[in-house]
Design a binder for this molecule. Structure first.
Ligand SMILES: C[S@@+](CC[C@H](N)C(=O)[O-])C[C@H]1O[C@@H](n2cnc3c(N)ncnc32)[C@H](O)[C@@H]1O
Length: 383
């Protein structure tokens, strides 16, 4: 995200600077942020929603004589109906609109039971929040339209339509989670794009001692415990997340006292556990790209050394799940970091699978899918 934002750099050409261009097409000099304007791009007629006066616009595709209200209503309906046909009924948490893959570039809608959270990736949508909400209210009791701000915070647009709902219990194929919609924050406690990885973990966890680093509200912890993990060590630097994860275990009729909830920096925990000679059948590492805190975490800098400690913690034939949605970290780089980490730990290992987001994340261009969530499964090999 975001796909479909067409940009033309100001430095391109003096004429472009004066009038503003989009893929070689002059934008009207008076185009304002949020205006819907007809354009011709390389001989193709299209509608564009102006994101930055004179330099960037969201390409909404071929005009069909509709205004923006009608475009949003028709495309939102199509996206939701498509998912209703293919997603199982015991899934009440999923992505309902995914950017250009649903012909709505710059827009992502996540569903949590009766609530839809609509994230807008640009200023162009500020003027059109009511229109988006109207389309979504046909399906959901409460709709929050939010502009994405920096670092997981909401931007200047953050509006509820219908009575605000602060919590929901959602069902993911039999797993239950309490999600929350806090003011000024975008994280709900559960990332829908990790569903395939949670399913896989649940299927593999029986009898395994499991470590979940950066455990957050317990998505992977619940999946492993429901799958029959012997014990899950859930590590997170935030105390409130530990409580949240423990409550989510209880919500699934599991006894949180059979598992451990550890408030610690993930790197410090892994280092100490390695020194103590601990062994796990499964280790899950799904870190944030960047996190502030007493010891800030940066995936580009910190993932390699952390994975080396994690590989040392794995039992023979143990399994490491590592994932990231950092755009700067492609599959090749992630695989190289994982392989180097296994080598540094002195243990032979093989990458046995690469997985990612589910069917509710369609893409216009297959390359988009490859840049989204990247998850690798690394198996320790005896020898
Ligand atoms: C992106 S979420 C991780 C998502 C999680 N793996 C999941 O499946 O839902 C980020 C989490 O990492 C935690 N975190 C950030 N920095 C950390 C650190 N240095 N050590 C441990 N936890 C950290 C945050 O408190 C937050 O709960």
């Amino acid at each position: 995200m975001p796909n479909g934002l067409s940009r033309a750099r100001r430095r391109e050409r003096p004429a472009a600077r004066a009038e503003g261009r989009l893929h070689g097409v002059v934008l009207p000099a008076r185009a304002q942020v949020g205006d819907l304007i007809p354009l011709e791009v390389a001989g193709r007629k299209t509608l564009a929603l102006v994101e930055r006066a004179d330099v960037a616009a969201w390409d909404l595709g071929e005009p069909a004589g509709e205004d923006l209200d009608q475009i949003f209503a028709r495309r939102v309906t199509a996206a939701i109906e498509r998912r209703r046909r293919v997603l199982p009924p015991d899934l009440t948490v999923y992505r309902a609109v995914h950017d250009a893959g649903d012909a709505l570039p710059g827009i992502a809608v996540d569903v949590y039971g009766a609530v839809a959270i609509c994230q807008c990736y640009g200023r162009a949508f500020r003027r059109h929040a009511d229109s988006l909400a109207r389309a979504l209210r046909a399906y959901f009791g409460a709709v929050r339209v939010v502009e994405r701000g920096p670092r997981g915070r909401s931007g200047s647009l953050d509006r509820w339509y219908g009575d605000p709902i602060r919590e929901q219990i959602v069902n993911e194929l039999g797993l239950r989670f309490r999600v929350r919609f806090d003011e000024n924050k975008l994280g709900s406690g559960l990332y829908a794009d990790q569903r395939p990885q949670r399913c896989e973990l649940r299927a593999r966890a029986a009898g395994q001692r499991t470590l979940n680093l950066f455990g957050y509200a317990g998505g992977f912890t619940v999946a492993a415990a429901v799958g029959g993990a012997l014990q899950v060590d859930h590590v997170d630097s935030s105390r409130s997340c530990l409580r949240w994860a423990s409550d989510n275990l209880a919500l699934n009729d599991l006894d949180p006292r059979r598992h451990r909830f550890i408030e610690e920096d993930a790197r410090a925990f892994a280092r100490r556990a390695r020194r103590r000679g601990e062994r796990y059948g499964i280790v899950v590492v799904d870190p944030p790209t960047f996190a502030l805190g007493a010891t800030p975490f940066r995936v580009a800098r910190d993932l390699g050394p952390l994975l080396a400690d994690c590989c040392a913690l794995l039992a023979d034939r143990g399994l490491l799940l590592v994932s990231s949605n950092a755009r700067g970290l492609n599959w090749q780089r992630l695989a190289a970091i994982a392989r180097d980490a296994a080598r540094a730990s002195g243990r032979p290992a093989a990458i046995t699978a690469a997985t990612g987001q589910g069917d509710d994340y369609p893409y216009l261009d297959p390359a988009g899918a490859l840049h989204h969530l990247k998850a690798l499964w690394l198996r320790m090999v005896e020898g």
